[in-house]
Design a protein. Structure first.
Length: 232
């Protein structure tokens, strides 16, 4: 009888712990999803020379900078629920361009995944590789972005594997990824994804979290109405 009672107490304690953990997780997730734009006219200098190649027209008057980690669940959510609308309505229309800056802090594979994107860039496949990482993202450091998987992704994109492997083995882009990380910290980025939207007149707006398209619409649309747009 005492043994059954002890098991019952242990089970209740386990349920309480799980409940508290789940509550904390979802509270954090909801807080991350809150729309908290921060707009100012004093644009800090943001060094993008180590970031991704520009997606869209280089002459687009609005720059969207995404600070992200390839193992970030929020980044995955934004990629699959918001990004396509921004590309369709702003980037492909020549109103905005997108630059991705690495903030690889979630695990060891975050670093190697970021380096792999620049090895892919050497073969003109940066954005294809970027996309495939977010399409195949799994749990942090569970092997989904191991070296073998990164090579498999390159194979699926018909890349030259000898060149890709040499690039990865030589840690060619280790300093570039580190420079991006340092730039993100310098800009006060504390979580991924974080976005900084910059216009040609010096206005910049920071948006934190995996916000829906409507949040970006509120920020970008008023900016584009006052700026003449050149088609890409």
């Amino acid at each position: 009888m005492n043994k059954k009672f002890a098991l019952l107490i242990a089970f209740i304690a386990l349920v309480v712990v799980v409940g508290i953990t789940a509550s904390s997780y979802y509270s954090t997730l909801l807080e991350m999803q809150q729309y908290k734009p921060n707009m100012t006219k004093q644009t800090p200098y943001i060094n993008l020379e180590n970031g991704s190649p520009v997606l869209g027209s280089k002459n687009a008057p609005i720059t969207i900078i995404e600070f992200g980690d390839y193992q970030c669940e929020g980044c995955y959510y934004w990629f699959h629920n918001t990004r396509a609308d921004i590309i369709d309505n702003y980037i492909e229309m020549g109103k905005a361009k997108l630059v991705f800056v690495d903030l690889p802090f979630l695990g060891h594979d975050s670093l190697t995944a970021a380096q792999a994107t620049y090895c892919a860039e050497d073969q003109g496949r940066y954005w294809d590789y970027h996309n495939i990482l977010y399409n195949f993202q799994e749990e942090i450091d569970n092997g989904w972005a191991s070296k073998d998987r990164l090579i498999a992704f390159a194979y699926n994109l018909d890349m030259n594997l000898d060149e890709f492997n040499y690039c990865m083995d030589s840690s060619k882009y280790n300093k570039r990824v580190k420079a991006n990380y340092d730039e993100a910290i310098k800009q006060g980025v504390e979580a991924t994804p974080t976005f900084i939207i910059i216009t040609s007149d010096g206005t910049h707006t920071k948006i934190q979290g995996a916000q829906p398209y409507a949040a970006f619409l509120k920020v970008i649309e008023p900016l584009t109405s006052a700026i003449p747009i050149e088609q890409p």
